[in-house]
Design a protein around this ligand. Sequence first.
Ligand SMILES: Nc1ncnc2c1ncn2[C@@H]1O[C@H](COP(=O)(O)OP(=O)(O)OP(=O)(O)O)[C@@H](O)[C@H]1O
Length: 346
Amino acid sequence: MSLTVQNITKSFSDFAALDNVSFEAHSGEFLALLGPSGSGKTTLLRLLAGLDQPDSGSVTFEGEDYLALNARERRIGMVFQSYALFRHMTVEQNIAFGLNVRPSKDRPSKAEIKAKVQSLLKLIQLEDLGKRFPSQLSGGQRQRVALARALAISPRILLLDEPFGALDALVRKDLRRWLRRIHDETGVTTIFVTHDQEEALDLADRVVVLKDGQIEQIGKPLELYRKPASSFVFDFLGTNNQVTATVSGAEAKFDGFTAPAVVSGELTGPQVVRFRPFDAHLSKDGPGFKGKVLSILPAGANLRLELQSEDGTVFETQHAHDSDASDLALNDTVYVKPIKVYVFGN
Ligand SMILES: Nc1ncnc2c1ncn2[C@@H]1O[C@H](COP(=O)(O)OP(=O)(O)OP(=O)(O)O)[C@@H](O)[C@H]1O
C-alpha cells in the first residue's frame, strides 16, 4: 500500500516551507525524512496526517486522493516527540483510546478492544504495566505506549515525528532497534522524521534528505553514504574534512601524493575536496599533511583523532583500536593521507 507525494508546495506568507516535493513510500517501507531544523520535515508530516493542507500538489494512497480525506479517514497513526499520552488515563486506556472513540457502528466490542490492547502491550513488552499512569513510566516506556496507541487503530501509515528526540542517547539507541523490530513484525508503512543522520541511516530502508523545503536526495542509507548527490548531503551525513587539491579525471593531486577521487560531473583543476574520518591513513614519515595530535578520543569500537596541520587546518580521523593510531600520544607529529576523496565543485 504505497503513498505517493507529488509536487507538494506549502508556503507560510511568502516563505516556501515545502517547494515542489515528490517522493513515494512503498508498501511496508520504513522511510526517514532527514534534514536540518527548518527544512520542512514537520510541515510535510502534518500535510500527510491531514492536520494542514498544501497549496498545490497531490498525495495519493493506493491511487486514492488522500487530500480529499479528513485526518480520521486517512487512518494514520502518529507519534510525536512530546509524549502526548493522556495523563488521567492508564496505559491500557491510552492504548484503547483510538478504538473507544470510534462511532458505535465501527467500534470493536469491549472484548475485542481488550484483546487488542493486550496484544499491543505484549508487542511493546510492557505487559505488566497496563494499569499504570503515564507519570509512573520512564520517557522510553511512554514512547512505547504512544506507539502502541498509534498502532491500535491498525493504521495504514505510521508517522513518527522525532519520537525519541527527548530521550537520552542510550535509550534512543535501544528504542531504535526496538522500533525497527516492531516495524518488521507489523509491516506498517512508516515515515520517520529526524534531524539525526545516524538515527535515519540506522533505521530506515530509504532516506529522503530535505534542505530548505526541497529534496536533495532520496536513497538507501549506503547509497547516500557512498554516492552523495551534493556537498550538502555529504556534509550532513557525518563529520568530514575539507582541503584543496588539483582534480584530474578520478584523481586528486596534493603536494607530493595523490588520492582516488569520486567526482560529481566534469570537474577538473583546483577544487575543494572532502574526505571522511575513516578514509584517512596515518603515518610517521608521510606522505600526507603533516600535523600534530590534538586529541585522542574513544568512539565506540574506534579511536577518533583530531590533528592540526602546520597551516592550522584541523583534521578528524577515525581508526580501529588495534591500528597504529593507538600508539600515538598527544602532540606527536603524524602525516594524514586521505585515501578517498569526494569532489562536488563547492
Ligand atoms: N505555521 C507556520 N507559520 C509560519 N511559518 C511556519 C509555520 N510552520 C512552519 N513554518 C516555517 O516553515 C519552515 C519549516 O518548518 P518545519 O517545522 O517543517 O521544519 P522542520 O524541518 O520540521 O524543523 P525542526 O527539525 O526544527 O522541527 C520553518 O522555517 C518554519 O519556521
